[in-house]
Design a protein around this ligand. Structure first.
Ligand SMILES: [Zn+2]
Length: 180
């Protein structure tokens, strides 16, 4: 897997955050989804934008519970995570037509996790040669799209996906009750 090389980024993220608070717990608690860049909330997990994106549409899926170890995730949370990941990939494909994705976790500070106490999946859309067209500003690669633009693009798509799942769920329940 070819990853964008940005070794300075972890330090940058660590330095720019007050040490005591957890960005995931803070975002989960906020009522204003847009301000918190929360794109979707499931039963066990939620989706939010990365404030220091590698590429536009770089988002994260995190459990609502503050847990460091993926092993601590229950079966419901794990199953839902897979569903949310699938939705996230669909949404990002529609919004950005990327040529590929990096999907993964950094578990533990030595593995490069910026926030080691609360595990999270990164979902990063990729294009061939994208590391070349990102300008380097103040030691950090940035994109031309601001966070709110990304949010406005992705939120309606996540909402659509939720409604589609709800319709499918209702149809499934109807079929189940008919066949009883
Ligand atoms: Zn947390």
């Amino acid at each position: 897997m070819r990853y964008i090389s940005a070794p300075w980024r972890a330090d940058y993220v660590r330095q720019s955050l007050p040490m005591k608070q957890c960005i995931f717990c803070e975002a989960r608690k906020r009522r204003d989804d847009r301000a918190a860049t929360v794109l979707a909330r499931g039963r066990y997990n939620f989706v939010l934008l990365n404030r220091f994106p590698y590429t536009p549409g770089h988002l994260m899926i995190a459990p609502k519970r503050h847990v460091a170890d993926f092993d601590a995730a229950g079966p419901g949370a794990r199953a839902e995570l897979a569903e949310i990941l699938r939705t996230a990939l669909r949404v990002l494909r529609r919004a950005y037509a990327p040529q590929g994705f990096n999907v993964g976790m950094n578990l533990g500070a030595s593995a490069g996790a910026g926030i080691a106490g609360h595990y999270h999946f990164h979902v990063i859309p990729r294009w061939t040669g994208d590391s070349n067209f990102m300008p380097l500003v103040g030691g950090t690669r940035v994109f031309i799209e601001d966070l709110d633009t990304t949010y406005q693009k992705l939120r309606p798509l996540f909402d659509q996906e939720r409604r589609r799942r709800e319709r499918a769920g209702r149809a499934e329940r109807r079929t189940a009750s008919l066949s009883r």
